[in-house]
Design a protein around this ligand. Structure first.
Ligand code: 5GP
Length: 164
């Protein structure tokens, strides 16, 4: 068995539709999808189309510095979402993976007390996550290669786009 779990772009299409299916089947109709940048932006965009939700917000959270390497705690970077915009809403927080769960906990706690309801949707949840997400496509304890972050950044060099 491979050490890593690989999500391809193709499989992400299936995953996001099935994840949206769980939300819809549960009867949850979010007013707002709050994505956790950057990985959650892809998930939030796909869920937004699949659930016909146009009101998307972004929380920028920094935590990981490498494979299984983290800052001591996750930090919300500016611009921080305006809680007045979320006030009284049914919020669906979207991220790529709940690993330790610390990132989702930060964002969920940020929403709590301001919103009518807050639930979490992730493509993957790891068994040790401290947050139990309401909507999960797959569970794994392996490191996941996501299609958006597997390749290194591109650099432009004399008109050509090259891998870094
Ligand atoms: P947590 O706060 O749950 O430990 O981690 C949340 C964030 O860390 C994810 O949104 C993602 O950006 C990053 N992360 C955690 N586990 C993985 C993983 O297995 N693969 C990748 N590519 N990123 C991960």
């Amino acid at each position: 068995m491979s050490e890593r779990e690989t999500l391809t772009w193709d499989l992400f299409g299936t995953a996001s539709r099935e994840l949206a299916g769980q939300v819809a089947a549960d009867g949850y109709r979010p007013d707002i999808i709050l994505s956790i940048a950057r990985g959650g932006l892809f998930v939030a965009g796909a869920l937004g189309y699949a659930l016909d939700v146009k009101n998307l917000h972004v929380a920028n959270v920094e935590f990981y510095t490498g494979v299984d390497e983290r800052l001591p705690v996750p930090i919300m970077l500016p611009p921080v979402p305006n809680v007045v915009d979320l006030s009284g809403s049914r919020v669906l927080v979207a991220d790529d993976v709940a690993d330790t769960g610390a990132t989702l906990k930060l964002v969920r706690d940020f929403c709590s007390g301001h919103v009518a309801d807050v639930r979490c949707a992730v493509v993957y949840e790891k068994p040790h996550s401290t947050v139990r997400c309401e909507y999960v496509w797959r569970r794994t304890d392996r490191w996941i290669n996501f299609p958006w972050s597997t390749l290194p950044p591109v650099v432009e060099n004399a008109g050509q786009v090259l891998d870094a």
